[in-house]
Design a protein around this ligand. Sequence first.
Ligand code: FDA
Length: 408
Amino acid sequence: MQSFDLIVVGAGAAGLFCAGIAGQLGQHVLLLDHASKLAEKIRISGGGRCNFTNREAGPANFLSENPNFCRSALARYSAQDFIGLVRKHGIAFHEKHKGQLFCDDSSEQIIQMLLRECEAGGVQRWQPCTVADVRPLAGGGFELDSSAGSLRTTRLVIATGGLSIPKIGASDWGLRLAQRLGHSIVEPRPALVPLTFAPADWAPFAELAGLSLPVVVSTGAGKQRTRFHEDLLFTHRGLSGPAILQISSFWHEGQALSLDLAPEQQLAPALLNAKNGSKRQLGNELAELLPSRLAQAWLARLALPGNRPMADCKDKDLQRLAEQLQAWQLTPDGSEGWRKAEVMRGGVDTRELSSQSLESKKVPGLHFIGEVVDVTGWLGGYNFQWAWASAAACARAVASQTEALAIS
Ligand code: FDA
């Protein structure tokens, strides 16, 4: 039977990074993944250019039932640390929007960088390799039944990611294992996902598919109210674009969204003002303030004739129009689901993990890192930063505990 100091299950962002650091810190590491292709989510991320971190990443950009859990790992391995590594490997990058950093060339460069880090640490990588069973051993350590035979390891890291995009290797294996070993799971839900509407409700807007514009979207009440000022995209089945992906992580079934479709404008005063001076018709006036397809669709929705001269418009109609555009209330009937979600919200409950080492408080030697853990980032490079930070915290803790044992 082959034995290792550390076996990492899942060779995605967190698993590759953890294995590389642990290997370089002297651990004898095996990294295995059931998929034959390596790190597919990194490959397709950021439109093929991998938004690998966010300069501003901090605890406020993450959702969790236990919001302070991510603080320690994020503080000890920051976006600046990862940027330093990317620079060391000579990968050119640029900032796109709000601190989001992308490769100039291709996400493949990040995968190659992680592989070189694994090579530097002498990491063995077996792929495809599946694990049928994991048994914690009475004296410590674990035995694994894998498709490559029985394996033994002192420590086991689960880095099997979230449930989104099953066709490229996502599985619930890590969550099931956690549950079987006594861990609680915060209910997994698709996040960073387009939202959909009942076909009959959406019919009047379906013709706007492809239209994109900056908006403010908000949901929730009181202290729970969350808002984002980002771009919105109309689709055939509902809404997408960064504004909707962001708010989807905060949205719950049955909850309404409020949309301001003209956040840079004060539509009511602008229209009332135009009534007194403008010689334009309502449709033309509105098209000065908004994309004309949107203007036409809203006039049709409210049964207001676009060819009515501004001077003949009633104040109450103009006010209603402005309100409908700046405080549009709508309730999604669902989301595009795991097929389209960028990440999973929920996962292994962090109240049962150490925030320093990501080690289980229930099963010594077992660690969970990356997206399988109930820490979910906003859109914009935050999810990779959590993968890097949680992986680094885990790898360093594993290595320092081994060192401490060797000294004692
Ligand atoms: P990850 O999913 O990377 O890796 C998990 C690995 O475990 C996979 O290789 C899988 O095959 C393996 N695995 C699963 N089950 C297994 C089993 N039973 N046995 C063995 N192996 C198993 N984030 C960001 O910050 N910037 C971005 O630009 C993007 N863009 C983006 C685009 C799209 C389309 C998606 C779907 C996601 C993103 N993300 C993102 C999110 C980001 O990809 C994600 O949060 C990280 O990859 C999570 O890293 P993990 O290592 O936890 O999981």
